[in-house]
Write a protein that binds this ligand. Structure first.
Ligand SMILES: Cc1ncc(COP(=O)(O)O)c(C=O)c1O
Length: 429
């Protein structure tokens, strides 16, 4: 259950009124609900308890230190894809022994850092990378690098082309047919320790069938490699989708019959479709959820600047842009948009657009909204994942502040950037 709701018509994050928060801290403003993040973490663990998974939160979804430390305290591990994310986990107090290090292009420096800090494993995406990790580990005498190969199972997961990862048209992982030979080749290598096997088929997957198909395809391979090389864990990756439509109206964070979309899977459906196969393996199970934990735990609050009518369309210009939340422009993603104050009676049809000089800077086309005026605030829902972490300063726009709400407390967990922050390190010619 997410904790954004209306009280007396006004929008709240847990016990905090969003309009008052915006008065105090300005807009655009990212607001996250700590209760929602923890609730999602516990629900996923609960649904999968039969296999007692280690959850390695995928840091790329939202890498703020406060979000990481919240999850670290709850017992979460982490999935990182860069030396920078690894440093963030350390800074946040996360356990590096519960940290897996993925990514198709690790540098020597990143491999050295992973070894030095003692990651649970490197998730390896090519044979050349495996050789490189062996080489770097070989330089550190006596340090064997724990490695797991990322298998590309060549399964269609559906969803947007830019977030599909598990087919041979994607750059990720090692093709299913080549994996066993790669393990065999490095089995006796004293610089490496073969510890597990991993897959990740894509993101925002709302049906259980692709997960079931991928796990079913993987099981014989995993069993064989477990028996041959003593692999300890099977990591299923992330990808569990959330419902973006009517996130507020339903009061739920996913898995109900959406009026517009096909029915999304329930967490129980996800779990029951794969648990019997996983239990039989008798291996440690890892999951790498990103979006599921934080997506519906965040909103982006923005203020209305102008309205205009072109003769063809009505536009509402807000002070948040595609630089702050790129998902609609990049993935044609849908985000629910709602008035923060009590909605006025009536409805308009409007395109909600940002100030960035790009035609793609649109948060929603032809949205039916209560009439909005200059100074009104809107909340863009489901912005907790791949929101701030993908934000840029394009158009020299400082990135928004971020706030974490817990009950009636609101804590600024990242200050709003200033323009001077943006040219730090630059020199006039
Ligand atoms: C290897 C890996 N694990 C986990 C994730 C997290 O995915 P999601 O946020 O869909 O759960 C990703 C996302 O791209 C990924 O590439």
């Amino acid at each position: 259950m997410h904790r954004f709701h209306r009280k007396g018509g006004k929008l709240y994050a847990e016990g905090v009124n969003l309009d008052s928060l915006a008065d105090r801290l300005g807009t655009p403003l990212y607001v996250y609900s700590a209760g929602t993040i923890l609730d999602h973490y516990r629900r996923l663990r609960g649904a999968m308890r039969a296999v007692d998974p280690l959850i390695c939160y995928s840091v790329k979804a939202n890498s703020n230190l406060a979000v990481l430390s919240l999850l670290a305290r709850a017992g979460s591990g982490f999935d990182v894809v860069s030396g920078g994310e690894l440093e963030r986990v350390r800074k946040a107090g996360g356990k590096i022994a519960k940290c897996v290090f993925a990514g198709v292009g690790k540098t020597d420096e990143e491999i050295e850092a992973g070894l030095r800090y003692g990651v649970k494993a490197f998730h390896v995406e090519s044979e050349e990378e495996l050789e490189r990790i062996a080489l770097v580990a070989g330089r550190k005498k006596g340090r064997r690098a724990p490695v797991s190969l990322r298998v590309n199972p060549d399964v269609e997961a559906g969803g947007h082309a830019k977030i599909t990862t598990g087919t041979y048209a994607n750059k990720f992982g090692i093709p299913y047919e080549l994996v066993a030979a790669a393990y065999r080749r490095y089995a006796g290598d004293r610089r490496l320790k073969l510890v597990g096997i991993q897959m990740h088929i894509g993101s925002q997957i709302t049906r259980s069938a692709p997960f079931r198909a991928a796990v079913r395809k993987m099981i014989p391979l995993v069993e064989r490699l477990r028996d041959r090389h003593g692999l300890e864990y099977f990591d299923l990756g992330g990808g569990v989708g959330i419902v973006y439509e009517d996130a507020l109206a339903s009061g739920r964070d996913g898995w109900w019959k959406s009026p517009k979309a096909e029915r999304a899977m329930t967490l129980a459906e996800y779990a029951t479709s794969i648990i019997p196969m996983l239990r039989a393996l008798k291996m440690e199970i890892l999951l790498e959820p990103g979006r599921f934990l934080v997506g519906n735990a965040g909103v982006l609050v923005a203020e209305v600047l102008y309205r205009k009518q072109t003769g063809k369309k009505h536009f509402t210009v807000i002070d948040a842009g595609m630089n702050d939340l790129v998902r609609p422009a990049m993935y044609e993603a849908y985000h629910q948009i709602e008035s923060v104050e009590k909605p006025r009676p009536g409805a308009i049809s409007t395109d909600i657009v940002g100030p960035v000089c790009e035609s793609g800077d649109v948060f929603g086309h032809d949205r039916a909204l209560s009439p909005l005026e200059r100074g009104d605030r809107v909340a863009i829902f489901s912005a907790g994942a791949y929101g701030f972490s993908m934000a840029s300063s394009y158009n020299t726009r400082p990135r928004p502040a971020e706030v974490l709400v817990s009950g009636t407390k609101a804590k600024v967990i990242r200050k709003r950037e200033t323009v001077a922050d943006l040219w730090r390190g630059e020199k006039k010619s």
